[in-house]
Design a binder for this molecule. Structure first.
Ligand SMILES: Cc1cc2nc3c(=O)[nH]c(=O)nc-3n(C[C@H](O)[C@H](O)[C@H](O)COP(=O)(O)OP(=O)(O)OC[C@H]3O[C@@H](n4cnc5c(N)ncnc54)[C@H](O)[C@@H]3O)c2cc1C
Length: 461
């Protein structure tokens, strides 16, 4: 690249994932000369091996319950429903290819120069690209690291036989027996997905309950609902070893001595910052105690011309967080606005296990630590739909209120489409509305959601 300016570009973005693409496009729209490097797939983790394929598979898995539920409403399938894995997998792949194309066109349309290459930082203002034709250096006034995370699998005998979340989407054959190691949101989502698609499913977790950090009652309720749907939950244990049997299946020995025979093992045991070969150590940029890159409120690392955002940095590992950070970063560096730090305390999130979880704000436990007195409003019930479907699935809804100010500081739900529902509640929680505001809101009848505005008596203080 050549230019009369001091640097080839104003901004060089490494990684065309959620945060990188948004930052590149918005900076280009602000008039900056922008280049971006991506060595794997446009759209990053979310589009290719995260949110998008996972949600498509979750939809597929929900049909299982829908077919069962339909009979009570008079619908009968002439023969039992069957599931074809290659159809789902290949349709998912076509959709992702379509999205990859959209990302490419968005970048080109914004005037961003795209390099299909692995990038590393050579110095505070130079990026080295490794291409088929050799190495190319591009100088940049600012470099943005947006390389995201990478799955981490613990080492144990036979751990190389376990899949990580990047690999599980494209299995050649559908695993009739499936085992997930881990208790975080990715683990519970995949356990629900494969269980719903028809696998005999086991979840192995070394802790005593899944979804650490979520509201305790939500965790217990989810455990019970997942177990009701047939997921075999094994807590306070771990995998001791995995062995491949001659006919191809996997013999998994747990630390409790129990032996399970399955067709696939997924290790959903966490993610680490994706900095391999990025060259930042030589510049004095190191990971902090949490294994993340530290940035200031301007998203600058210890080297001010090198910025970072998204999963590489602290904060929830969520696509909308990476997008919001990208827009903040562009406002600060290319629109010269003062930093307006994001409100990380009221970021809503969903877990697409079955049934779904939707949550925003503080858990009951965190609220008890933070406020002298709280009020907890909670209800659980069988949704109207299931009076005829015969399903025993229940729904949990919960509001946490700071007693002194009456402000709703947390809202939690386990139930169908919880993510869709909690998004609206999140606006109210983010805005700091009171329980009285909730009470004065008229419900929508008949819905499950109306419970959020009709719970009047505290269940406990
Ligand atoms: C299984 C799974 C499910 C998820 N589900 C959800 C969900 O439902 N909702 C949600 O909000 N979030 C979800 N996430 C998290 C979400 O995907 C991430 O938070 C988001 O993608 C982070 O964006 P990012 O820009 O930081 O990095 P990424 O999207 O990971 O992008 C980083 C990009 O950088 C590229 N790269 C890395 N190193 C280099 C290099 N040296 N040179 C060139 N390119 C490089 C990578 O190939 C990648 O494309 C999920 C994640 C996983 C793994």
């Amino acid at each position: 690249m050549s230019s009369d300016a001091e640097y080839d570009v104003d901004l060089f973005v490494i990684g065309a994932g959620s945060g990188g693409v948004r930052a590149a496009r918005m900076a280009a729209a602000a008039g900056a000369r922008v280049a971006i490097a991506e060595d794997r797939y446009l759209g990053g983790t979310c589009v290719n091996v995260g949110c998008v394929p996972k949600k498509l598979y979750s939809y597929a898995a929900h049909f299982h319950d829908s077919f069962d539920d339909a009979a009570g409403f008079g619908w009968h399938l002439d023969s039992p429903a069957t599931f074809d894995w290659p159809t789902l997998r290949d349709n998912k792949t076509s959709e992702i290819k379509r999205l990859n194309g959209i990302y490419q066109r968005m970048l080109e349309g914004a005037g961003v120069t795209l390099f299909n290459a692995r990038a590393r930082v050579a110095n505070a203002h130079t990026v080295t690209l490794t291409t088929a034709d050799g190495e190319v250096n591009v100088s940049a006034e600012k470099i943005l690291l947006a390389t995201g995370g990478w799955p981490w699998v613990p080492e144990f005998p036979g751990s190389d036989l376990a899949l990580n979340s990047n690999q599980v989407f494209d299995l050649d054959t559908f695993p009739k027996r499936f085992l997930v190691l881990g208790g975080g949101y990715i683990a519970v989502e995949f356990a629900s997905i494969f269980n719903g698609l028809g696998s005999e499913t086991h979840l192995i977790y070394r802790g005593d309950l899944l979804l650490k950090g979520f509201d305790q009652e939500v965790r217990e309720f989810t455990r019970d609902e997942m177990a009701k749907k047939g997921v075999n939950l094994h807590f306070s244990t771990n995998i001791a070893r995995i062995e491949q049997l001659p006919e191809g299946s996997l013999k998994v020995e747990l630390t409790t001595g129990e032996i399970l025979e399955v067709d696939a093992v997924l290790s959903a045991t966490g993610r680490k910052a994706n900095i391999t070969g990025l060259g930042i150590e030589s510049l004095g940029i190191a990971l902090n105690d949490e294994g993340k890159l530290s940035v200031n409120e301007r998203y600058e690392t210890q080297v001010p011309s090198i910025l970072a955002l998204g999963d590489l940095t602290a904060g929830p590992e969520l696509t909308p967080v990476a997008l919001a950070e990208a827009m903040q970063l562009v406002d600060i560096h290319f629109h010269k606005k003062a930093p307006r730090p994001l409100d990380y305390a009221t970021i809503p999130t969903a877990v697409f296990c079955h049934p779904n979880i939707g949550t925003v704000g503080l858990s009951e436990e965190a609220a008890r630590d933070e406020f002298p007195k709280i009020r907890v409003y909670r209800t659980d019930f069988r949704a109207m739909k299931h009076t005829l479907s015969g399903s025993q699935e229940r729904m949990l809804m919960k509001l946490i209120v700071d007693d002194a100010s009456d402000v709703v500081v947390g809202a939690h739900m386990v139930g169908e489409e919880a993510g869709e529902l909690i998004q609206g509640i999140a606006i109210a929680v983010r805005a700091g509305l009171t329980k009285e505001d909730f009470d004065r809101t008229i419900g929508i009848h008949p819905t499950g959601a109306e419970e959020f505005v009709t719970m009047r008596t505290p269940s406990r203080y």
